[in-house]
Design a protein around this ligand. Structure first.
Ligand code: KIV
Length: 362
């Protein structure tokens, strides 16, 4: 064994010298890398990241891989924002690019809402969304949102049966979905469930008002809390969920005055969606607010459209289609070169092979 180690020492030394040479010179002077025999995995690690690669490279990360300078948002960060009265910015995301965009836009929180069933899967509503679909989307979002605090939406059927079922589903969200907390739709009847999930060490966001998973029971996507009795029930729900351990509440589709009053009676932040600007923060569905949907689609009154992604994307694709049809694309700058010498050798070989095949001679 000792003899074997001694035999390897000179090799290790020469590799280390070669590596040092490369590391100190790669970014200053061109080095004839092929002259130094290194295993290919070491060579590729030394190629500067900005160098254009002659391969089909579809990594979701930019080649320059600029480090994300934002500090990670934690429960402490959120609590501090709430204490200071600084509104908390939350947005939904359902895949890697939408999460990455949300994160780079400085969002405090990213919600993997089950609205993805409608905006990403083309379903009529959110009731059909299942655990496995949510977990797949959560994992993709978790890879893209490096700084934001990520919440995953427990889908209908994954928490109503018992607090134990809810804890099991929540644990899967944390362990398989790689999110930081879960959201659950419902009022005071869910207090024991929220308590059980928080006891398992999982942050819970409650969601009251218009709860889309219950749209069948609510008679559709209807504004809530428009009567005094309805508003009182919302306040009771909010207080019960806070008492059970929810660290934040989403208030959806209710008059702003009701949401503001509820917010003022709580010691935890509220995030409004269609609930006015008296909440501790706001959330919107990203696909809605970026205008990434076909013209004519219904949009709730509370959605402000900040961009027109659909127009820009279809404009680009129409131009691409035209250039494909007219053979304008791909022009030479989008192709890989071959030397004249290699090309003529290739041509010769092809001619000979073709001739042999044609005449049937070896
Ligand atoms: O599913 C979702 O996106 C949501 C938000 C609209 C709050 O629940």
């Amino acid at each position: 064994m000792a003899a074997q180690t001694a035999n390897l020492r000179p090799l290790a030394r020469s590799m280390s010298t070669a590596l040092t040479t490369l590391r100190t010179t790669t970014y200053r002077a061109p080095v004839n890398r092929s002259a130094i025999t290194l295993p290919c995995y070491m060579r590729s690690a030394l190629v500067p990241r900005t160098q254009s690669r002659h391969s089909s490279y579809h990594s979701p990360e930019p080649v320059t891989n600029a480090p994300n300078a934002r500090k990670k948002v934690t429960m402490v960060t959120l609590r501090n924002l709430y204490r200071k009265g600084e509104p908390i910015a939350m947005i939904t995301a359902h895949d890697f690019p939408s999460a990455r965009a949300a994160d780079e836009s400085g969002m405090d929180m990213v919600l993997v809402g089950d609205s993805l069933g409608m905006v990403a899967m083309g379903l009529e509503n959110t009731t059909e969304v299942i655990m496995e679909e949510m977990l797949l989307h959560c994992r993709s979002v978790a890879r893209g949102a490096k700084a934001a605090f990520i919440i995953g939406d427990l889908p209908m059927g994954s928490y109503e049966v018992s607090p134990e079922q809810a804890v099991q589903s929540s644990l899967r969200f944390i362990k398989e979905g790689r999110v930081h907390g879960v959201k659950i739709e419902g009022g005071e009847e869910l207090a024991p469930t929220v308590k059980r999930i928080t006891q398992a060490g999982i942050p819970v966001v409650g969601h009251i008002g218009l709860t889309p998973q219950r749209q069948n029971a609510l008679g559709g996507f209807r504004v809530q809390g428009k009567t005094s009795a309805g508003a009182v029930q919302l306040l009771k729900d909010a207080l019960a969920l806070q008492e059970a351990g929810a660290f934040m509440l989403v208030l959806e589709a209710m008059p702003p005055e009701v949401a503001t009053l509820i917010t003022s009676k709580l010691q935890i932040p509220t995030i409004g969606i269609g609930a006015g600007n008296g909440c501790s923060g706001q959330v919107l569905v990203q696909v809605d607010m970026t205008g990434n949907f076909p013209p004519g689609r219904f949009l709730p009154k509370f959605v402000k459209r900040y961009a027109d992604v659909w127009s820009e994307a279809t404009r680009g694709m129409q131009q691409y289609r035209e250039e494909v049809k007219s053979r304008q694309f791909p022009s030479p700058e989008y192709t890989y070169p071959i030397t004249k010498e290699e090309l003529s050798k290739f041509q010769e070989t092809v001619d000979q092979t073709y001739e042999r095949l044609r005449t049937g001679r070896e």
